[in-house]
Design a binder for this molecule. Structure first.
Ligand code: KIV
Length: 298
């Protein structure tokens, strides 16, 4: 039986599926958040390309670069002790060729400290996926809604952020095709699969047929685990999407704290004497004396 201090590995995630224990995964993009997540006992921490829209103010994931991911991955790496640390291969870091994919997956491991990489897409990226697995790097697949390949849904050059997500696997043919793609990915050697915005029924069909753990986001109750974007979970984002759940309302709480701070600075109630360091009274008297003497000498 795994204890909360046991390091999470590919095989402990697999054991969780076999024992019917749910896997808990969240995104993180910075050191303090990852420290808290690791302490809270998360199984998997993902430095996702959602860093673009959630942290960097980008319009969509297509703007996220390898340098962006590596920068945030290194910060998260410094924090994570127990959880399995996963990183996204961003747009154009694996699509152009098998060589590019292996090279960039290797960079995430060697330069960023990732323990595994995730890449979006099905059959078109199967050669890349296989080659990364063959290079000895643990790989997570990502099917259903795959934001990187849905450029038309994004608003890269306008003020609108994000996307209009569509559910996958609404009909029997689509759901069957999804199951088939998932099986191909499993055969190619992925050790886990993320399903994003997939009907609960289709996600259940995939989860029951795959030996590897299936992690859902907007994919219903029957996946082997769940993943959320941390900013959605803490209620920092404005949008309220069906696929997420806010466990608190941090956004409004932060705005209130910023407002209160500004008001207190403006009215002089912050800082108080308790927020300051003080000279001993006799030193203060000496200072006054010195300043007065200097004044006289001028
Ligand atoms: O980038 C990301 O955060 C993701 C999750 C939605 C799984 O890929």
């Amino acid at each position: 039986m795994a204890t909360t201090t046991d390091k999470i590995t590919v095989s402990s995630l697999q054991s969780k599926k076999e024992r019917g224990q749910k896997i808990c995964m969240l995104t993180a993009y910075d050191y303090p958040t990852a420290v808290l997540q690791d302490e809270a006992g998360l199984d998997v921490i993902l430095v996702g390309d959602s860093v673009g829209t959630n942290v960097l103010g980008y319009r969509g994931p297509q703007q996220v670069t390898m340098d962006d991911i590596l920068h945030h991955l290194r910060a998260v790496r410094r924090a994570v002790r127990r959880a399995f640390l996963l990183a996204d291969l961003p747009f154009m870091s694996f699509q152009p060729s098998v060589e590019t994919a292996v090279k960039n997956a290797g960079r995430l491991v060697q330069e960023g400290g990732a323990e595994g990489v995730k890449l979006e897409g099905g059959l078109p990226v199967l050669p890349q996926l296989k080659a990364i697995v063959d290079a000895g790097i643990p790989v997570v697949g990502h099917l259903g809604f795959t934001p990187q390949s849905q450029a038309r849904e994004f608003y890269l050059f306008s003020d609108r952020r994000g996307t209009v997500p569509k559910f996958h696997g609404k009909g029997p043919k689509g759901a069957k095709a999804l199951v088939e793609q998932a099986l191909r990915l499993e055969d190619a050697g992925v050790f886990s699969l993320v399903l994003e915005m997939v009907t609960e029924e289709a996600a259940q069909a995939v989860t029951e047929r795959l030996k590897i753990p299936v992690i859902g986001i907007g994919a219903g109750r029957y996946c082997d685990g769940q993943v959320l974007i941390v900013h959605d979970l803490v209620g920092l984002n404005e949008e309220d999407l069906i696929l997420t759940k806010a466990y608190g309302q941090t956004r409004q709480a932060w705005i209130e704290m910023f407002k209160t701070y500004c008001r207190e600075v403006a009215e002089g109630s912050f800082p108080t004497a308790e927020n300051a360091a003080h000279m001993a009274p006799e030193k203060r008297a000496q200072l006054d004396q010195l300043l007065n003497d200097n004044g006289k000498n001028r």
